[in-house]
Ligand binder design. Structure first.
Ligand code: AMP
Ligand code: MG
Length: 336
């Protein structure tokens, strides 16, 4: 392995190190996940987890990839958006590595990294990105030298909504994958069920979305005596329909013909299926990278770092502070 860019991801519950070679050849990441004993992610506890996990993960990566410091061209890290304490652990590790290896440091935008790993892995060129994760839900497209947010959640992220519903039903974090299984089991056994049988609020507001009303209504359905499986199914149908509807409108408005899915919720088979159906009906395509590159991962940070390094970008130490509210359209996009 030689001439690589190392990426450090630490925006929330995932600490991950990954690398790409100088041509963008990707390698699987080395990741550790903070799992809260109860409740949601406590930023301080997640940050402590990341601090403890970092040395072993770096060692694992160096050994497994036969990597020596002289192979490394740059160290990229997630500068934001995310949870401040978690971001600061990744930034500190990245600064130390870049200093020790005497290579440039590159602070990257986490949301943009989801786009660039998706483009790299799927070969799509100018997509609308449906970015659906725990903390974020955004519909993003490039206009000129920025990735613009065309629509987004007005309250909580779609993954967070699924996780919260699951937690209220005694299902541990992350709830999204378990809801998917319950929903699939339900519809397999009840193929004639329609959303009118278990109606929930539909959360589209112009080009934006909202999920907390849906969450409350789903919990209410349980209180009224509906079974968990059927509510999980209806919750997915409503949340995903709304999300795909906004994505379709983004395709229509921008004239783009590729929908790219990214973020942890993009692992969901039903969301992928709905996206594909919508895209096919309008002569567009819907694509997504494999699961390891949908969820937060260090490789995507390395890949965006590679593109920024190629156009001569690096982050001076004094500009390397994290920004927990960094916006997608803050980042100048001057690469292809
Ligand atoms: P991320 O924030 O991108 O790391 O992704 C984590 C989020 O993705 C959590 O909210 C998970 O519940 C959610 N998630 C992961 N897999 C699935 C799935 N198969 N279906 C729905 N949500 C999922
Ligand atoms: Mg993410």
């Amino acid at each position: 392995m030689n001439r690589v860019i190392v990426g450090v991801e630490s925006t929330a519950h995932t600490l991950s190190f990954g690398l790409v070679d100088h041509k963008g050849g990707t390698r699987p990441s080395y990741s550790a996940f903070f799992r809260p004993h109860e409740g949601g992610i406590h930023p301080r506890e997640a940050a402590d987890h990341h601090t403890k996990a970092a040395p072993d993960l770096i060692r694992q990566m160096m050994v497994a990839e036969s990597l020596s410091s002289s192979d490394v061209m740059a160290v990229a890290f997630s500068q934001g958006p995310g949870l401040g304490p978690c971001l600061r652990v990744g930034a500190t590790v990245a600064r130390a590595l870049a200093h020790d290896w005497d290579v440039p440091l590159i602070g990257v935008n986490h949301c943009v990294a989801h786009i660039e790993i998706g483009r790299q892995e799927t070969g799509c060129i100018d997509p609308v990105l449906l970015y659906v994760s725990g903390g974020n839900t955004q519909i993003i497209a490039r206009a000129g030298d920025r990735y613009r947010v065309i629509g987004e959640t007005l309250d909580i992220g779609i993954g967070n909504m699924l996780d919260k519903f699951a937690r209220s039903q005694g299902i541990s974090f992350p709830g999204g994958p378990k809801i998917e299984v319950l929903a699939r089991d339900w519809i397999d056994l009840n193929p004639d069920c329609t959303v009118d049988d278990i109606p929930l609020p539909y959360s589209v507001h112009g080009m934006d979305l909202a999920y907390s009303g849906l969450l409350n209504a789903a919990q209410q359905k349980i209180t009224e005596g509906h079974g968990l499986e059927e509510v999980c199914w209806s919750l997915q149908e409503h949340a995903f329909s709304a999300t795909v509807e906004v994505s379709e409108r983004a395709l229509a408005h921008t004239g783009k013909t590729e929908l790219l899915l990214g973020g942890g919720v993009a692992c969901n088979t039903r969301l992928r299926q709905m996206s594909l159906m919508m895209a096919e009906q309008r002569g567009a395509s819907a694509v997504w990278p494999e699961k390891q590159y949908c969820v937060d991962n260090g490789t995507m940070i390395a890949e965006l770092g590679r593109r920024m390094l190629d156009v001569g970008f690096s982050t001076p130490l004094e500009a390397s502070a994290v920004n927990s509210t960094l916006r997608t359209d803050h980042t100048l996009v001057n690469w292809n």
